[in-house]
Design a protein around this ligand. Structure first.
Ligand SMILES: C[S@@+](CC[C@H](N)C(=O)[O-])C[C@H]1O[C@@H](n2cnc3c(N)ncnc32)[C@H](O)[C@@H]1O
Length: 215
């Protein structure tokens, strides 16, 4: 399912350029994160680094891939099958360019996180970084990610339960059409539990960093 927020991203809103540039420069992203969101994004970069633990030849799904920032965690020699999915053709072009620069073979999927063209449990690790708050239906997204994932899920998002201090960010993001309903940590862990995953979540400022595995 898509709605206003995904449509805004699909049309490559100017914020997508600013965001892609910022996240591609970790020092800048960390500074902006601390000032604006109360987080250094360590949890996001840790999730990217955890790509090193996927066994050689394993399958990774990066949804939404955005401009391909997670590719920095991929060893081109690891022989991973790397599936990069996003609803925005412009973002997919950025990811393809990033993969070329790094010499990494990837497959790209233009599509909706809530309707992935993948078999059940066909992916070893799914990364969904700064994604849930950009989807119109985070619950549908989490259930679909869980359906296709055999082992581990890493989620990073601007949570809806961050309190009054960060409320203006959610309100402004929603007004700009870039942020959807988002979700609380309890909601996301509940959706994952119902799908057979055990989760461990950490919150820092406005963000949540969650790692989930099938027991
Ligand atoms: C804030 S960016 C995050 C991108 C990347 N994971 C990162 O951390 O840089 C949000 C991304 O979600 C994508 N997106 C929005 N709605 C989507 C949907 N329904 N299905 C797949 N991707 C979607 C946007 O195009 C955008 O690339």
């Amino acid at each position: 399912m898509t709605g206003t927020v995904s449509d805004t991203w699909r049309l490559d809103h100017p914020w997508a350029h600013v965001y892609s540039f910022g996240m591609g420069h970790p020092a800048l992203a960390r500074t902006a994160g601390v000032v604006g969101f109360g987080t250094s994004f360590d949890g996001l970069y840790d999730a990217i680094d955890s790509l090193a633990h996927v066994p050689a030849g394993g399958t990774v799904l990066d949804v939404p891939c955005g401009s391909g920032i997670a590719l920095r965690g991929v060893d081109p020699a690891a022989g991973l099958r790397y599936l990069a999915c996003d609803i925005s053709p412009a973002m997919l072009r950025r990811t393809r360019r990033a993969a070329e620069r790094r010499g990494i073979a990837i497959e790209t999927l233009e599509g909706d996180v809530a309707d992935l063209p993948l078999e059940d449990r066909s992916v070893d690790l799914t990364l969904s970084l700064t994604g849930l708050h950009c989807f119109p239906d985070p619950g549908a997204a989490v259930r679909e990610i869980a359906r296709v994932t055999a082992d581990r899920i890493e989620l990073t998002w601007l949570r809806s339960d961050a309190g009054l201090r960060y409320r203006p960010i959610l309100v402004a993001g929603r007004a700009g059409g870039l942020v959807g309903p988002s979700a609380t940590v309890l909601e996301v862990t509940g959706w994952l539990r119902a799908a057979g995953f055990v989760s461990y979540a950490v919150t820092e400022g406005a963000f949540a960093y969650l790692s989930a595995r099938r027991p």
